[in-house]
Design a protein around this ligand. Structure first.
Ligand code: PLP
Length: 351
């Protein structure tokens, strides 16, 4: 940021060093998803990647008469809103409902596929519940279908790689800050089908960077930061997961102690998140009483500064009232010791 100030698009020495740094970084990010370096397009994060994947396929859909898009009711707004935009443009958007465990049945995807299905977009893990979606099984359902398969992997990229390393997944959205890289940088992974590139059209136009798909001067320090985070994520994956699982055991115990009900199928949940409610207790009351001990969330941090009912909980079958009682605890491998007993005592005092 202060020493290597070259623009990777410049042909002089400084530019060349920046270019090499970007190339190395592209390789590191590609390794995380098991793709080639030239399948990686750097973006500002998963929001932009999702928009690019969804809106970028519209022209191809219109040209080929494929106007049906399958997705789910529990997607992040960064998927739901571009889908809504395509709906206004004449596409037919079908949003599948999850089961009570918070995941979409692969059979539901299979049953909804049509010959004119352009795109299937299913997130890898839900940002509110942590529930992993069965993307490997969905990929299997798509084996003999031409639809493009996109997954919003903002919550998993750099954490659980196995599912993403699947040739049937064409498009993967990622954000660096979710795996401890800088904020404001991410990628859209566009896995070629054989030698064929996914027919995404750019949403912005200008200097031709990123093969014209995402023009504009590349933020070299952010890209290098994302790659460093990717390398460390691969190196430390096991120990990070172990740390998170240990915290999860304590967190689950805490939820039990206060009579909480876990939301979603825990056998499919990521190891750093638990979503729950305490019957008869308002989520705001819980947040307030614990605010100096634990930073909780209700609603979705990414959606808005103000609380909104979670569309995810409602899709999972909860009433608006029950959904408003849900809180989410999430942590990482670096989360310090939490005074669970004191937290439990305070919550019990509210009842
Ligand atoms: N998709 C999911 C599942 C997310 O959790 C988030 C943010 O938390 C995003 C997309 C948006 O990511 P960003 O804000 O980095 O663009």
């Amino acid at each position: 940021m202060t020493v290597e100030f070259g623009n990777e698009g410049s042909r002089h020495e400084h530019g060349s060093r920046a270019r090499q740094a970007v190339q190395r970084s592209r390789g590191a990010v590609a390794t995380l998803a098991g793709v080639n370096a030239d399948d990686v397009v750097f973006t500002s994060g998963a929001t932009e990647s999702n928009n690019m994947a969804i809106l970028g396929l519209a022209e191809h859909g219109e040209a080929t008469g494929k106007r049906h898009i399958l997705s789910t009711q529990i997607e992040h707004k960064a998927v739901l809103e571009p889908l809504e935009a395509l709906g206004k443009r004449g596409f037919e958007i079908e949003l599948l409902r999850p089961n009570a465990g918070g995941w979409v049945e692969p059979e539901a995807v299979r049953a909804a596929l049509r010959t004119d299905t352009l795109l299937v977009s299913v997130m890898h893990a839900n940002n509110e519940t942590g529930i992993l979606q069965p993307i490997a099984e969905i990929a299997e359902c798509l084996k003999n279908h031409s639809a493009f398969f996109h997954t919003d992997a903002a919550q998993t990229f750099g954490k659980s790689a196995a599912d993403l390393n699947n040739n049937r997944i064409d498009l993967i959205s990622a954000s660096a800050h979710k795996f401890f890289g800088p904020k404001g940088i991410g990628a859209l992974i566009m896995r070629k089908r054989g030698f064929e590139r996914i027919p995404i059209r750019p949403l912005t136009f200008g200097g031709g960077q990123e093969r014209g798909l995402r023009p504009g001067t590349l933020p070299v320090p952010l890209i290098v930061g994302m790659a460093k985070a990717a390398e460390i994520a691969i190196r430390d994956r096991t120990s990070r997961q172990q740390n998170c699982q240990a915290i999860r055991r304590d967190a689950s115990q805490f939820v039990k102690q206060i009579g909480g009900l876990v939301h979603g199928d825990m056998s499919r949940c990521q190891s750093h998140i638990i979503s729950f409610s305490v019957p008869g207790l308002d989520s705001e009351a819980l947040l307030l009483t614990l605010k100096d001990l634990i930073s909780f969330s209700n609603g979705s941090a990414c959606t808005s500064a103000r609380y909104q009912h979670s569309h995810v909980s409602v899709a999972m079958g909860l009433s608006n009232e029950a959904a408003s009682g849900i809180v989410r605890l999430s942590w990482c491998h670096m989360t310090p010791q939490i005074p669970w007993n004191e937290a439990a005592e305070r919550v019990k005092a509210l009842m």
